[in-house]
Design a protein around this ligand. Structure first.
Ligand SMILES: [Zn+2]
Length: 330
């Protein structure tokens, strides 16, 4: 059957008026399913085109390092293979996965984006493409370049989309006078806003990213060694959709986030280290909601940041006792 294109496009913005991991989901028999690659290794081509300061081979090497960061996660199994330089362009929907620079001056706040071709019957990713916007200055310098965006950092983020991850809301921003937002801190490479020029911080994954890729491609004892939190977020007894739920491990200091994804306010967060967690629920209000959810599924922002009054004990393997977090209107 011919795969059907899903208009899934996830962009990494810088100072976009925006602010856990979220998997892209498709529908199979009416039920949401994660979108993943079934084949291994996943073959990718690079466009044979550089930009000032970044040769085609610099580009290819940085992209390969970015993919290898995800391959190196011990609790996940995903493999990528560079298949060669190509004259093909990203987003041609030709069944070939291509990454490369493109000049998109109109997208003046978008550093890069990933798009997909998905078999909507199986949820399998058939093709993924990444573009990096050559409107911006780029660098592959080992220590970064203060005047340029670090290609490898943005590539690790886009590679996360490429394997099926959506954005994480684990980050803090503040408004800027120009209407954008400045990132103060982020707890995930998959946070939708870049730190900005010169910062190489996102070359390394954070615990939320590791939990995300491991939940999609579990391996190395992931299911046996980590626990799942499952529950509901309610307000006046009714489910809250699109709440950001964050689990903080008191033992390891790790933060892993998730979202309530339906009208019942149900959430599930996998990949928690065994032991006690503080659970915090917050509205997605210092972010551009479009970065996380499609406009077709409106989400609820009308509630206060709420801590679950009890600690959640993540088991070693399996799911802990389900719980409900009751939030109050603003
Ligand atoms: Zn993104």
């Amino acid at each position: 059957m011919k795969p059907v294109v899903l208009a899934l496009l996830a962009a990494l913005a810088f100072s976009q008026p925006l602010h856990a991991y979220l998997h892209f989901t498709g529908l199979r028999a009416g039920k949401p399913v994660a979108i993943t690659w079934e084949r291994a290794p996943v073959r990718w081509f690079a466009t044979d085109r550089g930009v000032p300061g970044v040769s085609p081979s610099d580009f290819q090497a940085a992209m390969a390092r970015a993919f290898s960061v995800w391959e190196a996660v011990p609790t996940a199994s995903i493999a990528f293979q560079f298949a060669g330089f190509s004259g093909a362009e990203p987003f041609e929907d030709d069944g070939v996965s291509v990454v490369g620079f493109q000049d998109e001056p109109d997208l003046d706040r978008v550093l890069g984006a990933t798009g997909f071709l998905i078999d909507t019957v199986t949820g399998e990713i058939v093709e993924a493409d990444i573009f990096f916007n050559s409107t911006f200055p780029w660098s592959t310098a080992a220590g970064g370049d203060p005047d340029r965006f670090d290609l490898e950092s943005v590539a690790v983020h886009e590679a996360g989309h490429f394997l099926g991850l959506g954005h994480s809301a684990l980050g803090e921003t503040e408004p800027r006078p120009d209407g954008g937002r400045r990132v103060l801190a982020s707890g995930a490479v998959m946070f939708p806003i870049s730190f900005g020029r010169g910062v190489t911080h996102d070359r390394e994954l954070q615990p939320d990213d590791v939990a995300g890729v491991s939940a999609l491609y579990p391996d190395g004892g992931f299911r046996a060694e980590t626990g799942v939190a499952r529950g509901r977020v309610t307000r006046n007894g009714a489910g809250v959709r699109g709440a950001h739920v964050v689990a903080y491990s008191q033992q390891t200091g790790r933060l892993v986030g998730g979202f309530t994804l339906n009208d019942g306010g149900e959430f599930e967060i996998a990949g928690l280290s065994p032991g006690a967690h503080v659970i915090r629920v917050e509205p997605l209000d210092d972010a551009d909601v479009d970065s996380f959810f499609s406009a077709r599924s409106p989400i609820d922002l009308d509630f206060q940041v709420t801590f679950h009054p009890r600690l959640f004990a993540a088991p070693r393997g399996g799911t802990g006792e389900p719980f409900t977090v009751a939030v109050r209107p603003k």
